[in-house]
Design a protein around this ligand. Structure first.
Ligand code: AMP
Length: 400
């Protein structure tokens, strides 16, 4: 069985074709700049990358090109589209309703459209991706996998904000959490590596990329996560400020004459590592500058590390302890220096961190970075959201 995984952005489509018998990637690629004159596709298969530049007016044309490339005689990987069993879509928001993957039908599309205000950047693109597939591959099953779904098990006191109750009831103002597909994959992979039943474990999953969030997973279920109503809440991120007193909004509106939307844009796009350091949202650039004595770059990193530590402490407390911690995503998987800083001083939690193993880690595989004597197992677990989407799609197709 082959599953096509689609992650549609406002002007892009990321895709992966996965062989589910072997759980192996067959091909992947990216369609960029849809709607612009210089739109293009980059297709990677059999160790070779191919770039094709072609004007693509909309997502349907982009997807059409993806399918042509997949069956192309020279660079293609399948003989016919019949080989694709189903399509799994990454979808940002499942509102409060979708707590697991679903086969997409008209009712689901209607619901997704009603969630656009909850994810105005991502949801229209996600819907375009689905509609493009429905148009270009009429007979295939489309499955929606939601970034919020894994967090649907949070208890009410965790997801409620202490705002008027009607705000939640009437307008859906509450914590939803994001990166759920990734946290679910990481937690399950960690349990598998430890050879333990996930239902017996207290796990803290640290997805540290440009967007970053932590998730507390108890007995296989999310009990809390750091992102909130939107992906702005929680940790310091590449360009997002994370937790902040909302009173700053009014104060800065008064001080700068900017409107609320502009201030929120600054929280989302000009804050975080970039905002404090003034250098970059890319942690590699910030570390380079900090190592050369740039005080603001160092402050940005200190603030990031501090925010992760705070959430680890909080999540260990709410779960009554922690058995295992996983680091994942761009920074979590690749930056041993940041992992070492986050783990320093946490011996009181039962963590015996293995600095040597951490420094000598091997990229791209599950890697243990705590000592055997450590009460808390600490691992680097490379995340694979696409595989998780493909697995959930396969499961639904099998039951359909
Ligand atoms: P992501 O959003 O998961 O792609 O992660 C992006 C962040 O991870 C950026 O801050 C990058 O600096 C960092 N990152 C990604 N790849 C690497 C790498 N190979 N080495 C070091 N840092 C990396």
């Amino acid at each position: 069985m082959k599953i096509l995984v689609i992650n549609a952005g406002s002007s892009s489509i990321k895709y992966q074709l996965i062989d589910m018998e072997k759980e192996e990637l067959i091909a992947k690629g990216l369609v960029e700049k849809i709607g612009l004159n210089d739109s293009q596709i980059t297709h990677k298969a059999n160790g070779k990358a191919t770039e094709i530049k072609q004007r693509l007016n909309d997502h349907a044309e982009g997807l059409d090109l993806v399918l042509k490339v997949l069956v192309d005689k020279e660079i293609g990987v399948i003989k016919s589209l019949d080989e694709i069993s189903a399509i799994g879509h990454r979808i940002l928001h499942g509102g409060g309703k979708y707590n697991k993957a679903v086969v997409i039908n008209d009712e689901v599309i209607k619901d997704l459209k009603s969630y656009i205000p909850l994810g105005p950047l991502h949801m229209p693109a996600n819907i375009l991706g689905i509609e493009a597939c429905q148009k270009v591959m009429k007979s295939k099953i489309n499955v929606g996998v939601f970034d919020t779904a894994f967090h649907a098990t949070m208890p009410e006191y965790a997801y409620m904000y202490a705002t008027p109750y009607e705000w939640c009831e009437k307008y859906g103002v509450r914590k939803y959490g994001f990166h759920g597909t990734s946290h679910e994959f990481i937690a399950n992979e960690l349990a598998r590596v430890l050879n333990k039943d996930i239902k017996q474990l207290k796990i803290i999953s640290c997805h540290l990329g440009n967007g970053a969030s932590l998730c507390a997973v108890q007995n296989g279920k999310c009990v809390d996560t750091s992102m909130g109503f939107t992906p702005l809440e929680g940790l310091v991120m590449g360009t997002r400020c994370g937790d902040i007193d909302p009173a700053v909004v009014e104060y800065m509106v008064d001080k700068t004459g900017k409107d609320v939307h502009e201030i929120l844009k600054i929280f989302n796009k000009e804050s975080g590592l970039y905002g404090i350091s003034g250098i970059s949202n890319d942690i590699r650039d910030v570390i380079k500058e900090a190592n050369q004595g740039n005080a603001r770059a160092k402050l940005a990193l200190d603030k990031f590390v501090y925010s992760v530590k705070k959430y680890i402490g909080a999540y260990a407390t709410i779960m009554g302890g922690v058995d295992a911690i996983a680091f994942s995503a761009g920074t979590g998987e690749n930056r041993d220096d940041i992992r070492e800083q986050i783990m320093s001083g946490l011996d009181f939690l039962g963590i015996d961190f293995d600095k040597d193993a951490n420094r000598n880690f091997v990229r791209g595989i599950n890697y243990k970075i705590s000592k055997d004597s450590s009460k808390v197992a600490v691992y680097v677990i490379p995340t694979d959201e696409e595989m998780s989407i493909a697995r959930q799609t396969k499961e639904l197709v099998a039951n359909n």
